[in-house]
Each structure stands twice: as C-alpha cells, then as structure tokens.
Ligand binder design. Structure first.
Ligand code: PXP
Length: 251
C-alpha cells in the first residue's frame, strides 16, 4: 500500500537551541533582542504548511523551555506534539498544557539530541502508566522506538495508539554499507506496527536527500523533522524550507 498523504510535523527545538547559545543566562524579559523566537518560527512553519509542531522540553530546559511550550500551545492552530521523557514531572507538565499528542522518548542529560529508541520492553510498567494517564486526559500517545519487533509488540501492548520509528540509524548509514539493511528494518517495522493497528510515524535525521527513500516506508502517517528544516531555513527562510519538505514528502 503506498502512502496517501504523509503529514509533516516540524520540530522547532533547534530554533530554541540557537537562542540558548547566546541567551542562556538572559530571560525573555529582555524583549525582542532575545532571538530567534521559537514561537514565531512555529507560526511561520504552520503558515507554510506544517501539519503540526513538535517540541521536546527537557528537564534542564536547555533547548525549548516550558514557557515557550505554553505560548506555542496557546498560539498555534495545528497540532502540538510534545516529546517527553517518561518522568512524573513531564507527565504533570503534559497534563497541564494538554498537547494534542505526546511522544515518549528516552532521555539522558549528556546527549545533544535524542540518540536511541525507547526501551518499552525494559520499562513497560512505567511507560504503560504514562500512556494510560495521558490517554485518560484525551492526549494521543506515541512511543519513539527502534524498528525492533519486541519493542513494537510491547508498544501495542502498552495501549499507545502510535509509534514513531527511529530513523537515526538509517540516516547515519545513508552513505555507508548498512543503508539497505536499515531501510529494510524500517519497512518491516512499519508493516508490523500497522498489523498491530498502530499508527506509524517516523523521525530523526530525515533530510532533503534521504526523504526520497524514507517516503517509501509503507503506511506512514507523519514524519517529524527538525534539524534539516531549521538548517535549510538559515539559507532560504523557514517558509521555503517547510514548503520544500512538504513537497518532497509526498513526491
Ligand atoms: N522525533 C523524535 C522523537 C526526536 O527526538 C527528534 C529529535 O529531537 C526528531 C524526531 C527530529 O530529529 P531531527 O532534528 O534529526 O530531524
């Protein structure tokens, strides 16, 4: 089955990363000199055709901050997808701001960005309890996992309705020998997920080159893309960067 219309979630964390590189110790009370404003980027991304905005507030707020997320929640008109660690603190924040969806990700303080998939098998009860609490509040739940059979099965068992397949290993292998193998794992993972009635998203390391193959993964619902879009935006502006990716996603 080919993909009818794959949606694009734009991850704007890296706009906040750029702001924090200069203004980490200066609060937003300093006004418009505190730039770039991730809220403005989110609104422009939406205007350019993003189907949703993705943010990943971390415990130490080193990129996007909770105040940014509150403002984005208030101002955007598409969907807000919040990536979060499986902690009580982040669950409480999700229940406060009520994003349209959460995507539970593994998180360690040292990593620059999310590195591996979530170990749903090894942390099953904790993850399930967050899925249950978020679902009760009407939030769609997704788990960010490597395309591994046992993780996909455990995700379905947890009650999550969505999975986001981690495309990082494929993206890293793109110019190396393992590329076909990694793509095969994603294809099989997507098929297994959809057999288990999971909605299948994908993300991490997707760019304007590898999207040509990524979009062939069957039954894809949505791609969450950040770094390549924000990078391209430095040259062409966020609107062109989003429009171009939207066009490539659906061929
Ligand atoms: N999806 C998830 C769950 C992520 O953690 C990230 C990285 O923050 C992305 C998608 C986007 O990855 P990239 O910035 O490489 O496009």
């Amino acid at each position: 089955m080919s993909n009818a219309n794959i949606l694009l979630g734009v991850n704007i964390d890296h706009a906040a990363t750029l702001r924090q590189a200069r203004f980490r110790d200066i609060g937003s009370e300093f006004g418009p000199i505190v730039e770039p404003d991730p809220v403005a980027i989110a609104l422009l991304a939406e205007e350019a055709g993003a189907d949703g905005i993705t943010v990943h507030p971390r415990e130490d707020e080193r990129h996007i901050q909770r105040e940014d997320v509150r403002l984005i929640r208030e101002k955007i008109s598409t969907r807000l997808n919040m990536e979060m660690a499986a902690t009580d603190e982040m669950l409480a924040f999700a229940l406060e701001i009520l994003p349209d969806s959460i995507c539970i990700v593994p998180e360690s303080r040292e990593e620059v960005t999310t590195e591996g998939g979530l170990d749903v098998v090894g942390n099953f009860e904790r993850i399930k309890s967050i899925v249950v609490a978020a679902s009760k509040a009407g939030i769609v739940t997704s788990l960010f996992i490597d395309p591994e059979s046992d993780q996909i099965a455990a995700s379905a068992e947890s009650g999550a309705t969505h999975i986001e397949l981690h495309t990082g290993a494929y993206a890293n292998a793109y110019y190396r020998d393992g590329r076909a193998h990694e793509l095969g794992r994603l294809l099989n993972g997507a098929k297994q997920g959809s057999r288990l009635n999971l909605t299948v998203n994908a993300g991490h390391g997707i760019n304007y080159t590898n999207i040509e193959e990524i979009r062939t993964i069957p039954r894809l619902h949505e791609l969450n893309i950040g770094h390549s879009i924000i990078s391209r935006a430095l040259f062409s502006g966020i609107s062109e960067a989003v429009q171009k990716m939207k066009a490539l996603i659906n061929g």
